[in-house]
Design a protein. Structure first.
Length: 626
């Protein structure tokens, strides 16, 4: 919302007639179209723009027609210049002006109609003075009876935090200050000042619903042997209810609404995990058995990713005989939580559900609630991820976690920030999740965590961390070669020492402060990789369109050894002086360096710092841009 959508189109007609092209748009459901003339760019390319002033979906199209009056005017000028007899041509002009007068009359503008009539009479009288007023009036009432109109296009204006957000994930059950007590929504409210100080504006909670008892998983994904094991939050549903109920040990629905309200006072949105699957104890299993896929032996098909088996989870059958009932019930789940104040949803594995369902459901919800956003947890093939974006998902997880060299990151970010992908796909970069402890973090060095944090937060305007696991540098895998955490919160309650002196929290605060204070980091536009004469270093800039805010990030991708090299900048392209010094202010530690020229030397010792985040400040610029 608030952006200007720039539209280009190729428009041409047969022959050499002049044409006019207009961009038409309206808010979805509005009756009246707005129009603006498109500017000719040459080679039959045209451009115009309109502002997305409100939330929601807009439709737009291109209208073009042969302008016989402009063609006549153009040809008349040539004939007059050549000294030809133009008496017949003036009569032809009158025949074009007179219908314009009738169209003005039909539009209820009698004064314009009278003027056009008089101007037509002058042409019939042989007066070749084609005045600016004549051109203006005729163009105001064009003959569009044979215009061509493009197929309709649409664009969705999302809230600003669809483009710029910082997500923090925590398990409410682990928010208790007492390791012997299950965490509650009230404990999460008490944690809000900490999340706020870190600089996050989205607090993401895994599923908060009752957890099934059958086939419950215990610590480290083994079958539960202890009735006190809390189970996996994604095994949704029990005697207490399903997707519209809250886990009794977390508190009440009123407690949850209080959490949402307390977060919003701090300008933090609570994002809720929506996982469309059920435990064997979910009420829908007995109430709507046709919503699940039955096996030949009469049992319900549980979730599998062979050879892995998830007996505690039943997938829904989106093509069941009662698919309409199922789809509406799932739509109603979203509507229930929207009524509780939730406007941001992280959707679990949407690529394993029906694309047609998502296209219908998201459009239906956003028609009533255009403020709602959806993050797709879709670690899958690129074309599938892009399809989910096109059917309505506002953001998506990405392959960032597995792009671990400068060359891989340059290639991947070039794809994400270039047309056509950047026109419909918004990436959200996460260095870790409860399911993913990448090998780069398993080395356990502080530099690895710091580097991946800086990369995620500066390469993408949307990023998130699974904390406090991340800020406390949790890095032990369940077993060798696994990306699963040992003693993962998915299977058990944990307690975290947020005041640990080794916490990464101070760096996280500085990174998020830089993101808030510098508009260049609040968009994925104008990402520019720069040459470094050391393959272990990655250097890139982001800048605002007016070049008043320029940020250079340099990251050492070797998390053990010191690396150094010369960074080459295109100073002219960044609006920086070529023949005088400028300052490189490191926003991560406050140090100021004086640079001059296009090549400048950097040294990054991972024992000291993993990255620089420079604000490139022009001479005479005082203070920090806010």
């Amino acid at each position: 919302m608030g952006d200007t959508l720039v539209v280009e189109a190729d428009a041409f007609g047969d022959g050499h007639d002049e044409i006019r092209v207009r961009l038409r748009w309206r808010r979805d459901g509005a009756g009246e179209w707005h129009e603006t003339e498109m500017e000719a760019l040459g080679n039959d390319r045209w451009r115009a723009a309109f502002k997305l002033a409100e939330l929601g979906q807009y439709e737009y199209s291109i209208a073009a027609w042969v302008d016989r009056f402009r063609t006549w005017q153009h040809d008349l000028a040539k004939r007059l210049e050549a000294g030809q007899d133009v008496r017949v041509d003036l009569l032809i002009g009158a025949e074009l002006v007179e219908p314009a007068a009738r169209r003005a009359e039909a539009a209820g503008t009698g004064r314009d109609a009278t003027q056009l009539g008089k101007l037509a009479e002058r042409l019939r009288a042989g007066k070749a003075d084609v005045s600016d007023r004549l051109v203006e009036l005729v163009e105001r009432y064009p003959d569009r009876s044979q215009q061509a109109t493009s197929n309709g296009f649409s664009v969705v204006a999302d809230p600003p935090h669809a483009r710029f957000s910082a997500w923090y994930e925590l398990f409410p059950r682990s928010a208790s200050p007492d390791a012997r007590r299950h965490g509650t929504f009230r404990d999460v409210v008490a944690r809000l000042p900490y999340v706020d100080r870190l600089g996050f504006n989205v607090l993401y909670l895994p599923p908060i619903h009752p957890i099934g008892r059958q086939y419950r998983k215990g610590p480290n994904n083994v079958a539960s042997q202890d009735p006190s094991d809390p189970g996996v939050p994604w095994a949704i549903g029990g005697p207490e209810g399903g997707h519209t109920a809250v886990h009794p040990e977390l508190g009440t629905l009123e407690d949850f609404r209080a959490l949402v309200a307390a977060a919003r006072k701090r300008k933090i949105e609570v994002a809720l995990d929506i996982a469309f699957q059920a435990s064997p104890d979910h009420p829908w299993v007995s109430e709507h058995p046709t919503w699940f896929r039955a096996r030949p032996d009469g049992t319900i098909q549980y979730a599998e990713n062979p050879p892995k088996k998830y007996q505690d989870i039943y997938p829904f059958d989106f093509e069941s005989e009662d698919w309409r009932g199922l789809w509406q019930a799932l739509n109603d789940v979203f509507r229930f939580w929207i009524d509780q104040g939730v406007t941001v949803f992280r959707v679990d594995n949407p690529h394993t559900k029906s694309f047609a369902f998502w296209e219908w459901c998201i459009a239906d919800l956003k028609a009533d609630h255009p403020e709602v956003l959806f993050l797709a947890e879709a670690f899958t093939r690129p074309k599938v991820m892009y399809r989910l974006a096109k059917v309505g998902f506002s953001q998506s997880y990405t392959y960032f976690t597995w792009r671990n060299s400068p060359a891989e990151l340059r290639e991947y970010l070039t794809e994400l920030t270039s047309p056509p992908v950047n026109q419909f796909f918004r990436p959200n970069f996460w260095p870790n999740t409860p399911d993913i402890l990448h090998a780069d973090l398993q080395v356990g060095t502080r530099a690895a965590f710091a580097a991946r944090l800086v990369l995620a937060a500066t390469l993408s305007s949307n990023f998130g961390i699974y904390g406090p696991v991340f800020e406390l540098l949790e890095h032990t895998p369940r077993e060798s070669g696994s990306e699963e955490y040992l003693n993962s919160e998915k299977y058990q309650q944990r307690q975290w020492d947020l005041d640990s002196p080794g916490s990464l929290a101070p760096l996280i605060r500085r990174v998020n402060a830089a993101r808030r204070e510098h508009p260049a980091l609040q968009t994925n536009e104008r990402l520019w990789f720069h040459l470094v004469d050391n393959d272990a270093l990655l250097a890139y800039t982001k800048n605002t369109a007016d070049q008043r805010d320029v940020l250079l990030t340099v990251v050492n991708m070797d998390y053990v050894a010191e690396q150094s090299g010369s960074v080459t900048l295109d100073l002219g392209g960044l609006g920086l002086p070529a023949d005088e010094p400028f300052e490189a202010v490191d926003l991560l530690d406050g140090q100021v360096y004086e640079w001059q020229g296009r090549r400048n030397w950097v040294v990054l010792d991972p024992a000291v710092r993993a990255a620089h985040l420079f604000w490139l400040r022009r001479p005479g610029t005082a203070g920090r841009r806010r």
